[in-house]
Design a protein around this ligand. Structure first.
Ligand SMILES: NC(=O)c1ccc[n+]([C@@H]2O[C@H](COP(=O)([O-])OP(=O)(O)OC[C@H]3O[C@@H](n4cnc5c(N)ncnc54)[C@H](O)[C@@H]3O)[C@@H](O)[C@H]2O)c1
Length: 481
């Protein structure tokens, strides 16, 4: 199947590379020329385990191509994915300007061929119909331009015939009907559930694939597209993947509800952790104990610094805002956000209790990214910690397995990024484990303790062996014990 993926970021690039691997002919489109030029030369714009190899193989076989030209990208494509960013606005609403720009441009370049246009970007409930409207607007604008440039005065004829919508230049459908041509497409919602750090595994092995549409034809095409994953072809093993067909609005809501639930589960265990600290219980033991209950499950019950990243914060904010738009106050979700914000503040308070005045102290952060195995720094808890500590007059240093060597420095003005962990520990008054990278499990903490001014470590993810750390002379604090 010929597929175009517009937006070559964490979602678009992974989707494109995986679909190409499954035998589809994929063209990835991005309006960032540096990104596309790099990809054409085999240079990846993001860090995601396994992606470089997949892109290399796809490019070599010709199944995966890259362009900045949306028109040529969608020319032969039966399925067009929209996978551009939808970052949060200060109001909490997602910024839909990138989706809008792409939808309009798609509309401008549609021809007689039937297309399925797939919203993979996370967009608010109702966006499917809105995207359809924007595409029609784009198609109408292009039709208008074609008339003008060919010297036809068809619109003038319509005006004279008294078509009010066309007279005001508003009604895209009326304009298109006037042009005696209607683009032929359906909009489908296909929310993405991949996790950065294991994005390729998640794409090939999803828990479910959700498709929202009222068009049987579009659903059938989407099923053909995903067939290798659904029925475990092409070297994929395991049980068939559930295929979930819904209406457009429900598919959009599934994405928001899933992220809101996971964020709430983390905030829940963090609240329990805060009560554990005051009562002498150990949240790790509590999480194991409740996680064995099949109705609860152990996943997402790790107390710590809280959630961040490019999805949870903006998706929970968007759902709260959508609820407000429809006259409902999402109290539980608001509390989820508050608990999460306070969790970062609590870690600073722990440092204050241990070190008293932070002014003039040196704090070393182990990890900067919002989670391991990614280079994504969007809404990372490390960023708010850095700001807090900087404001209190502390010197902040950090080491991150990917960021340290990547040249990424956005948002890192108030931190010294070290290139190795020994330099990080040198003269620190405390280390804080911020991101649970695997390599932090096997550090020589005895040696680090010897380099520090004070051998204090706060495990902000409860992921290290406390006993082992104490045995090598480190004072250890954690979250919820
Ligand atoms: N990152 C994740 O883990 C994840 C998971 C699930 C869903 N999502 C959702 O997927 C969407 C994309 O997220 P992402 O993290 O991949 O974003 P991203 O910022 O990494 O990538 C977006 C890409 O779109 C490109 N772009 C913007 N405007 C464009 C235009 N007019 N034409 C062509 N390209 C354009 C940008 O240059 C960028 O490369 C968002 O809605 C996000 O919420 C993300």
């Amino acid at each position: 199947m010929h597929v175009a993926v517009i937006g070559t970021g964490y979602v678009g690039l992974v989707t494109g590379a995986c679909l190409a691997h499954l035998g589809h002919s994929v063209i990835c489109v991005d309006n960032n020329p540096a990104k596309i030029e790099g990809l054409q030369r085999g240079r990846l714009p993001i860090y995601e385990p396994g992606l470089e190899e997949l892109v290399r193989r796809g490019s070599a076989s010709g199944q995966l191509r890259f362009t900045t030209d949306l028109r040529s990208g969608i020319e032969n494509s039966q399925v067009i994915f929209i996978a551009v960013g939808t970052p949060a606005l200060p109001s909490g609403d997602p910024d839909l300007r990138y989706v809008e720009a792409v939808a309009r441009e798609i509309g401008q370049h549609l021809d007689e061929q039937y297309r399925v246009i797939v919203n993979k970007s996370t967009v608010p409930i109702g966006s499917g119909d809105w995207v359809r409207m924007i595409i029609l607007d784009g198609a109408a604008e292009a039709a208008k331009q074609r008339f003008n440039s060919s010297g036809e005065s068809h619109l003038e004829e319509l005006r004279q015939a008294g078509n009010p919508e066309t007279v005001t230049g508003q009604g895209s459908v009326a304009t298109l009907q006037g042009s005696r041509w209607m683009p032929h497409f359906d909009v489908v919602s296909n929310p993405e559930f991949l996790r950065e750090g294991s994005a390729i595994h998640d794409t090939f092995n999803p828990d479910r694939i959700v498709v929202g549409s009222d068009s049987e034809r579009a659903i059938e095409i989407m099923q053909q597209l995903y067939e290798p994953i659904l029925s475990r072809q092409g070297g994929l093993s395991g049980d068939p993947v559930p295929w979930v067909v819904t209406d457009l609005a429900s598919a959009e809501m599934i994405k928001y509800a899933a992220n809101a639930f996971l964020a709430t589960k983390i905030s829940f265990i963090n609240e329990i952790a805060n009560i554990c600290e005051r009562t002498g219980a150990d949240v790790t033991q509590v999480a194991d104990g409740i996680g064995l209950d099949k109705r609860i499950g152990r996943a997402f019950l790790n107390a710590g610094l809280g959630w961040g990243g490019s999805c949870f914060p903006k998706d929970v904010a968007a759902l709260i805002q959508t609820a407000a738009d429809y006259g409902y106050e999402a109290r539980l979700l608001r509390a989820t956000v508050e608990v999460n914000q306070e969790q970062r503040q609590r870690l600073v308070e722990k440092l204050q209790q241990a070190l008293k005045v932070l002014k003039g102290k040196t704090i070393g952060l182990l990890g900067l990214t919002f989670k391991p195995n990614t280079d994504d720094m969007r809404d990372a808890p490390s960023l708010s910690l850095i700001e807090h500590l900087h404001k209190l007059g502390a010197k902040v240093k950090a080491y991150d397995p990917v960021v340290s060597g990547s040249g990424i420095r956005e948002g890192l003005a108030h931190v010294v990024v070290e290139t190795d962990v020994l330099r990080l520990a040198q003269d620190c008054d405390a280390l804080v484990l911020v991101t649970e990278w695997q390599e932090f499990q096997t550090l020589d903490y005895g040696r680090l303790a010897g380099l520090m001014r004070r051998p204090l470590l706060i495990d902000g993810r409860n992921c290290l062996d406390r006993q082992a750390l104490r045995q090598v002379g480190m004072t250890v604090l954690g979250v919820g014990w």
